[in-house]
Design a protein around this ligand. Structure first.
Ligand code: 6PG
Length: 258
């Protein structure tokens, strides 16, 4: 079905993480059959560390030397701060695999102002993807969701939701203790594959609100609609526990894994 959205539900979080790991490998092999690099944008927060740990146990299988990891967003904190997304990915993925530093394209957060950091990151994207590429299209973007429906660092009722031209923008919001830099929807929705990885009962209500027929279009996460790419939700049973199978939007298909 055109633009079908797939929801995969797993009994256990570890199974959901393994599914994404297998998907990542398949997507990387497909992408690298026709291009030099496999490009991924990763999110921070508490949820994805189990996924990064799972990926870190896959050394020999993955084409890490041709994989380039960018950040969906970053907290404007020192690079060694426990809140730093770059630090999370180095700790849970790069270091265990002894991957070279250039695998990760971090957002600068030291010695620069917030706006300068966003501009720098935009330049990094344009340099890597090439100036000809008006909007960088990642092979894979991994997203989480907040209980308020935010994704990346795109928060409800924020001006950044409407940004159409910039690739990355600074975020100052009362929703979080730290200022942030975030990719915009222009970049997220240009991706070939966007995967929401959501676990835990505390996300059940927002997942129902997002996927329900009367889905709340105002939610920032509802604005993730890849233009030509695929959209997947990978949930554990806790995050899926309030999905009313009869109330899912008509173009959502659900696969419940045993
Ligand atoms: C971040 C993320 C953000 C996150 C959600 C969910 O850096 O915080 O990009 O969008 O995915 O806030 O966070 P948890 O996984 O901690 O619930």
């Amino acid at each position: 079905m055109e633009n079908e959205t797939l929801v995969h539900v797993f009994r256990h979080t570890a199974q959901a993480a393994r599914f994404v790991s297998h998907l990542w490998l398949a997507l990387s092999r497909k992408a690298l059959s026709g291009q030099a690099a496999f490009t991924v944008a990763l999110s921070g927060g508490k949820t994805p560390s189990v996924l990064y740990d799972t990926l870190s146990r896959s050394k020999g299988l993955f084409p890490w030397s041709r994989t380039h990891i960018f950040l969906v967003d970053e907290r404007f904190v020192p690079s060694d701060d426990p809140e730093s997304t770059g630090n999370l990915i180095r700790e849970h993925l790069l270091d265990p695999l002894s991957l070279p530093g250039e695998t990760l394209h971090p957002v600068p957060t030291e010695g620069v102002l917030l706006e300068e950091a966003a501009r720098y990151y935009e330049n990094e994207l344009r340099t890597f993807f090439g100036e000809r590429c008006i909007v960088p299209c990642f092979d894979l973007v991994m997203l989480g969701i907040g209980r308020d429906g935010h994704t990346a660092s795109l928060f409800p009722d924020s001006a950044e939701l409407e940004e159409k031209n910039r690739l990355a923008v600074p975020v100052r919001t009362g929703y979080t203790p730290h200022e942030r830099i975030t990719l915009t929807f222009a970049v997220i929705n240009c991706a070939s594959n966007v995967v929401f990885f959501v676990t835990g009962r505390d996300k059940a209500a927002i997942m129902r609100q997002l996927l329900d027929k009367k889905g709340d279009a105002k939610l920032p996460a509802a604005r993730v609609r890849p233009l030509n790419g695929r959209l997947l939700y990978v949930l554990d049973e806790g995050a899926a526990s309030m999905l009313g199978w009869d109330s899912l939007r008509d173009h959502v298909s659900v696969v419940v894994h045993p």
